[in-house]
Design a protein around this ligand. Sequence first.
Ligand SMILES: *[C@@H]1O[C@H](CO)[C@@H](O)[C@H](O)[C@H]1NC(C)=O
Length: 242
Amino acid sequence: MEIQGCIIICFVATFLWQTSVISSTVDVENSMSTVVVENSKSTVGVENVQPDETLVNQMWSYVVNSQLVKSMFNKDDPTKCITSIYDITVKDLNGNDVCLGKYKGQVLLIVNYASKCLLTSENVDNLSKLALEYAPQGFKVLIFPSNTFYENIGGNNAGITLQKEHPEFDVFYQVDVNGANTDLLYVYLKKQLPGNSWISSNLWWNFVKFLVDKSGKPNQRFETYDSIESINEAVKKLLIQN
Ligand SMILES: *[C@@H]1O[C@H](CO)[C@@H](O)[C@H](O)[C@H]1NC(C)=O
């Protein structure tokens, strides 16, 4: 195991060393960089990254968050005994514990929220409609303010404001969704639904949505730009399941 681990690390390090970032464009309108990582032969990954972080940090973060590296070093898997989100406790806007078991039997959409993102108002409008449309059938949108992508201006107050304006959401205390202090809920969600990138299960931006079924099992992950119509369809399907 130790030697295998070293070999894999060497392989990953060599790969990253060989891999060069050959194009990096900045889409000013979306205030977001699109980085194309290529080796000499083929494109190996296209991901959105926040402009504030250096590429080196991003690359490092991809490596340490990859399933491969995690499975090598994660001897104490914090999600080992978690069988559904109902086993997880989060904090409300006042910092008090909330057992997610209180949502038993409901379909949930768990969203990382930033208050000053260019995508904020559109997402809030669309999510609000969804929340109101399906509330009578047992659907709830759970919002986790997060400054992971630097746009949650006002810290926890951003969540308090949102909750006042949108009582149809349940808004929680600010969390980290990536990195060393990632909230256990997000550790679990990313483990269950790692997404489509082979290199990391990290969230790439604000407004990633995790759909959870009536038994508390993460069911589907929607990335930031997935359409609200596709989410609507998926919610509808889960609501008619027993
Ligand atoms: C919000 O909904 C509208 C209408 O369906 C759609 O055009 C738009 O792309 C959606 N925006 C987001 C951020 O999902």
